[in-house]
Design a protein around this ligand. Structure first.
Ligand code: DGL
Length: 270
């Protein structure tokens, strides 16, 4: 049995990379729904429907555990899948998201207790981060900003272009004007680490920028240790399969660029 990692496109590769670094022995299947990306501007119902299709496809291909390496899917679909769908599909399988492990770490990172969140319109409108944070660390003031252009910039390999400068700077300026006491900015979309170098050039050195990959990897390692009933089912041949709903040529060239080595994918339809 394998670990499935799902995203609407390439962004989840930033999570997969860190998970495989931390937990290299397991077998993984990555699925990017590139043909229907972006999810961040879609309705709650559509994101749920697409995410459920993806989870089922990963289960059918031998995954026992699926990580939604996508904040938008975690915000809009995770709870319904965990509560309503999994009991019917197979109660022994698991689906985990990326929002909770991120929120758990925030209090350790901020000194001012003023935190910024950059995410897709879907994640920001769901208010999932604010709701989780209110439960776990009510002393933290969260200022959110949706960045509707950032995912298309990444998916179209424009993250190093001058056009990207304009949109990156615009959202950062807005966030810091809204709350000048922010000392930590969470990249609450798995595509955004691909813009990290650019983001840093527009921020003062005292502001921390948080990417989710390493902390999701730590959280998964901890989860597997606490759940031997899941861990013992996972196969350990260090295998890796890449699936996309787009043509493989496009996926292979961009994914290889993001991962820093060449990969070969297969197309599936959901
Ligand atoms: N990478 C996804 C996330 O973390 C969403 C990208 C999209 O809009 O499809 O939210």
């Amino acid at each position: 049995m394998k670990i499935g990692v799902f995203d609407s496109g390439y962004g989840g590769l930033t999570i997969l990379k860190e998970i495989r670094k931390r937990l290299p022995k397991y077998d993984y299947i990555y699925l990017g729904d590139n043909a229907r990306n972006p999810y961040g501007t879609r309705s709650f119902e559509i994101v749920y429907e697409f995410t459920l299709q993806a989870v089922k496809a990963l289960f059918e291909r031998g995954c026992h555990l699926v990580i939604l390496a996508c904040n938008t899917a975690s915000a809009k679909a995770l709870r319904s899948i965990q509560q309503n769908d999994l009991p019917e599909i197979d109660p022994s399988k698991r689906v985990l998201g990326v929002i909770r492990p991120t929120v758990e770490i925030i209090p350790q990172l901020t000194s001012s207790n003023h935190v910024g969140l950059l995410a897709t319109p879907g994640t920001v409108n769901s208010d999932s981060y604010a709701l989780e944070l209110r439960k776990l660390s009510p002393e933290i003031k969260l200022t959110q900003k949706a960045c509707p252009m950032w995912v298309p910039i990444v998916e179209n390999n424009e993250f190093n272009s001058p056009g990207a400068d304009y949109f990156v700077r615009k959202e950062l300026d807005y966030l810091l004007e809204k709350d000048p006491l922010i000392d930590t900015i969470v990249l609450g979309c798995t595509h955004y680490p691909l813009l990290l170098d650019k983001i840093k050039t527009f921020l003062p050195d005292n502001i921390k920028v948080v990417c989710q990959g390493p902390l999701v990897a730590d959280s998964l390692a901890d989860y597997l240790q606490r759940h031997p009933e899941i861990e013992s089912r996972l196969s350990t041949t260090a295998g890796m399969t890449y699936l996309t709903t787009e043509h493989t040529d496009k996926f292979d060239s961009l994914a290889s660029l993001f991962l820093g080595r060449s990969i070969t994918s297969h197309t599936i339809s959901l």
